[in-house]
Write a protein that binds this ligand. Sequence first.
Ligand code: ADP
Ligand code: MG
Length: 273
Amino acid sequence: MLSIRNLQIAFRSGDSLNPALKGVSLELGKGETLAVVGESGSGKSVTALAITRLLASPPAVYQGGEIMFQGQDLLKVSDAELRKVRGGKIAYIFQEPSTSLNPVYSIRSQLAEMIILHRQDVADIDAEIIRWLDAVGIVDPAKRLHDYPHQLSGGMQQRVMIAMALSARPDLLIADEPTTALDVTVQKQILDKLRELQRDLGMAVMLITHNFAIIRGLARHVAVMYRGEVVEYGETDQVLREPRHPYTKALIACIPRLGDHRKRLPTIESITG
Ligand code: ADP
Ligand code: MG
């Protein structure tokens, strides 16, 4: 469904071009989950945003490659075509609910806007909103309709953001570190919920994280990014069992085990000597 081939993106700074993606290739099948794992600055978000051309250009420069989605190259389609894809067919959730939720509108009006824009089949909008808030695990959703984002906890805001993204019934959800800001228990609840909804909707998910520990059991395939390149790709269980690239070994070595509070990420130099 999604096939990124040899994507190259750089950022212009004065006279120089700093490469951010140096030929990234990724595949994602219908209804599947791909985890993209890598340390901060490795190019995960640039990849995510590039898929629907959300990077401001300048400074971003698309230097080459293609992004095939449902049979068309998103790097070549018109802006009008792209607007139909964004939100409707490809939806995003981010680490910060504030990037998606607008503080001056109620939960109801933000979800309604999404549904009106992307769903022609919904007659009773409030009922649909309540159904989605319930689906993402918000208790007593009818009473929350007129709340504003600041009246909800971080975890609840994250759930509303997921409800908003999914209410358009996208074919692909790109989740960029969706739970990084939350504590571990809430993270797990939200990721479990996301997986349940994914199954119901038959939606594909690109789950971006710097944390290898959370993807086990969530993503069938994993791509490991390092300095703008995919250095390892494979089935998650296989990669966790037998990582080939030194950087993947380093990432796996720092998955915390029970009673183990190491936080430092081993550097690639310390592994390769
Ligand atoms: P991450 O894996 O943490 O999500 P990013 O994809 O955000 O990393 O960043 C990859 C590289 O691209 C980094 O070196 C970053 O500094 C650079 N970069 C990202 N966005 C911009 C921008 N708007 N302008 C200049 N450089 C950027
Ligand atoms: Mg990022």
